[in-house]
Write a protein that binds this ligand. Structure first.
Ligand code: XMP
Length: 516
């Protein structure tokens, strides 16, 4: 792999993603890893990330010269660049000056693989205090900026490179080009990390892990569980049983789409659809408090899945059902401090009515992947766009998009309005740009309207289109007025009982994306 050493800023994941976008596999390692640990991973190249520290700050991560003498092509970025300069005998000046934001950089005209094909003047994204004032011996200065006398350098012979700016950030206009120059030319790597190869590799790995035993997987309708299941299905066919709990709180046609994508006709996994709508609605009767709704739905979900598990195990006639498939992604792995192999992680599940020593080993075929790679793999596996490019949808489903008691009639009403809004958003080509567009039924609110000479007394629905990167923060999407108007007209005309459409123009914070 290409190893991205994380010096503690938020940039390491971005760098790893950009390397993957160049079709080369990358992994993140913490800066606390020793040189031996790093070299033990047999890196094809190393990238040192930026970080918040000055190399002179107390406790700043130190990079030893031995890392650069190991013969592994290395690129230092920002802090990593300064650490490289420092380790190899260059001078890092504590200027006290800061260069921040979009910054022009000028090439010195020295020939280099790093800046090959990049114009002499380019805009870069900078964020630094100290700067390298003198390159180490054997290094050529490739570029300068106002605040950085040495803004880029290279020791071509030893395949060592560094840039003061952040090539991983889109504001650095030629950033991706520079990363690719380093990877393809500086490190001589071949771009082989493609969705097709990921599928082949994972399929082989899953076969090895699972052997001839059996696995189960809960499908939620979301992208991650769908792609994980499809990968495992490709690997072990009908040794996998997928369980889909239909809690009756899904959107229009959603359950049918999932059944269609995973039905036996497409690939041979067994799909167990548990129709639990009555159970869930029964438990939700009379409940209006959002947290209580969430608790009820969460608990019934687990109970229902456990019953399905028990049934599958009972019907497997002594065959081992030993594996549980989960759609864990790489950012979760990095953020929980993991990053090591998956092999010995065990999950103990309390299966109702079964001896509690039943143990599942996890199969997590997406552990190495970023979200955009998961989608690419899904497409390579032949999953339909409706699943692969699905917007996030909360586990409790429409149950938390009806303000007030959840009933069958209200769900049907909301399903109709939501289907119209989604269809129009897709028709306008904005489906992928908008992060999510919950449609919320204010079931306990009524408003007066007039329709064809008749007074109506119906309910409002709220459109909640948001743009976001990660759902932690969000802004309301500025949808075109024509689109809003069309959605509003159609909903009020076609959905009996809804006579008003309103737009939520609240960012997160202070509002959350969902209303409950
Ligand atoms: P909020 O409303 O907290 O939502 O801004 C952030 C993101 O999380 C989704 N969401 C959930 N997803 N189970 C889920 O799987 C849940 O209980 C749940 N609640 C909210 C929400 O749709 C948004 O993408």
């Amino acid at each position: 792999p290409v190893l991205v050493v994380d010096y503690g800023a938020q940039y390491a994941q971005l760098i790893a993603r950009r390397v993957r976008e160049a079709n080369i596999y990358s992994e993140i390692v913490p800066h606390t890893a020793s040189t031996e640990q790093i070299l033990a991973k047999n890196p094809a190249a190393i990238i040192l990330s930026g970080g918040p520290s000055s190399v002179y700050a107390e406790g700043a991560p130190v990079v030893g010269a031995d890392l650069f003498r190991a013969g592994v092509p290395t690129l230092g970025i920002c802090y990593g660049f300064q650490a490289m300069a420092n380790a190899l005998g260059g001078v890092v000046a504590e200027t006290g000056l800061r260069e921040y934001g979009s910054t022009p950089v000028a090439a010195t005209g020295q020939i280099s693989t790093l800046l090959d094909g990049v114009p002499a003047e380019q805009l870069t994204w900078m964020s630094h205090g100290d700067s390298v004032s003198q390159a180490p011996e054997g290094f050529t200065v490739l570029a300068t900026s106002e605040g950085a006398p040495v803004a880029a350098f290279a020791d071509e012979e030893n395949h060592l490179y560094g840039v003061q700016w952040h090539p991983e950030v889109k504001h650095s206009t030629f950033g991706q080009k520079i990363l690719e120059n380093f990877l393809y030319q500086g490190a001589g790597l071949t771009p082989t990390w493609t969705a097709g190869n990921i599928v082949d590799e994972q399929v082989a790995r899953i076969r090895e892990q699972v052997g001839n035993k059996r696995a189960i997987c809960a499908l939620s309708g979301g992208v991650d569980s769908a792609v994980a299941a499809a990968l495992v299905q490709r690997a072990i066919g009908d040794q996998l049983t997928c369980v889909y709990v239909d809690h009756g709180l899904m959107r229009q046609d959603e359950s049918a789409e999932i059944e269609k994508a995973f039905g036996a006709s497409t690939g041979g996994a067994k799909l167990m659809v548990v129709d639990a709508a009555e159970l869930f609605l029964g438990k939700l009767a009379g409940v209006t408090d959002p947290e209580t709704k969430r608790k009820i739905i969460g608990e019934q979900f687990i109970r229902t899945f456990e019953r399905a598990q028990a049934e599958i195990i009972a019907s497997s006639e002594g065959e081992d059902v030993a594996f549980l498939v989960q759609g864990t992604l790489y950012p979760d792995v990095v953020e929980s401090g993991g990053g090591e192999g998956t092999a010995n992680i065990k999950s103990h599940h309390n299966v109702g009515g079964l001896p509690d020593d039943i143990e599942f080993e996890l199969v997590e075929p997406l552990r190495a992947l970023f979200k955009d790679e998961v989608r690419a793999v899904g497409t390579a596996l032949g999953l339909p766009d409706e699943i692969v490019h699905r917007q996030p949808f909360p586990g409790p489903g429409l149950g938390i998009r009806i303000i007030g008691e959840v009933t069958k009639d209200r769900l049907d009403l909301l399903r109709k309005a939501d289907a119209i809004a989604r269809a129009e958003l897709t028709a306008a080509g904005l489906n992928r740009q908008v992060w999510q567009m919950p449609v919320v039924l204010l079931a306990d609110v009524r408003s007066v309207g007039v329709q064809g000479d008749h007074r109506t007394y119906g309910h409002p629905v709220v459109l909640r289109p948001v743009s976001s990167e990660d759902a932690m923060t969000a802004d309301w999407s500025r949808l075109p007025y024509e689109l809003l108007s069309k959605i509003s007209n159609r909903i009020t005309n076609e959905v009996d009982g809804v006579n008003r459409v309103v737009l939520d123009v609240t960012s997160k914070p202070p509002g959350t994306i969902e209303w409950e």
